[in-house]
Write a new protein. Structure first.
Length: 210
């Protein structure tokens, strides 16, 4: 059983995916962390971020069982990851690893930008989680402030829009809903409401594939 969850930055898909995986006892993979782990390995080794061959070699060595969200969430790693994520060879290497992960028993939940369209196009349940750019920027702002940091909402809003343009406009695996994905707009939803809605989609998929 594979549950594919896609969507733009700060739409809530990570929180939702982790809760779904816990609810069903499935393995969870935040595929964005695989790009961040590759970028961190390049940075740690002092390797260039613009050499696709080198980046692909590193990507093929990433250990998906050792992804530390706290470490990999750092801003500079995210910036580096955005540079290598547009490289087709890197994407192919990490998609291979993500597909291998998706076959784990008894089931998996993968979240990212191209799970339902590229990584696991045959997943029996696909959910596209979205929210308005304004709401997503406010969530990111609140997250930083609540953690004791300082943040500039206007700057975060512009960053969200830039990321959307980059993710949706790239030629290789652009961000878009799969044709058979359930659409879940969380702009006006609590986490609990989003979870219950997603659960209804998943239960329907499980019954179809029983």
């Amino acid at each position: 059983m594979i549950i594919a969850i896609d969507g733009p930055a700060a739409a809530g898909k990570g929180t939702l995916s982790r809760r779904i995986a816990e609810e069903y006892g499935f393995h969870h993979l935040d595929t964005g962390l695989t790009y961040r782990a590759t970028a961190k390995a390049l940075l740690d080794a002092g390797l260039p971020l613009d050499d696709e061959t080198v980046a692909e070699t590193i990507a093929r060595k990433v250990d998906l069982s050792g992804l530390d969200r706290a470490v990999l969430s750092k801003h500079e790693i995210g910036e580096a990851a955005s540079k290598i994520a547009v490289m087709p060879a890197v994407r192919r290497a990490l998609v291979d690893a993500q597909r291998a992960f998706s076959l784990r028993e008894p089931g998996t939940v993968l979240d990212g930008r191209d799970i339902g369209t590229v990584v696991c196009p045959d997943a029996p349940v696909k959910i596209y989680v979205t929210a308005s750019a304004e709401v997503r920027a406010k969530r990111r702002y609140d997250e930083i402030v609540n953690a004791g940091g300082s943040a500039d909402y206007a700057a975060i809003f512009e960053d969200v829009k830039r990321r959307d343009e980059r993710d949706m406009g790239r030629s290789d695996s652009p961000l878009r809903p799969a044709e058979d994905a359930y659409l879940l707009d969380t702009s006006e939803m609590s986490i609990e409401a989003a979870f219950q809605t997603a659960k209804s989609f998943i239960d329907a998929g499980l019954s179809r594939n029983a």
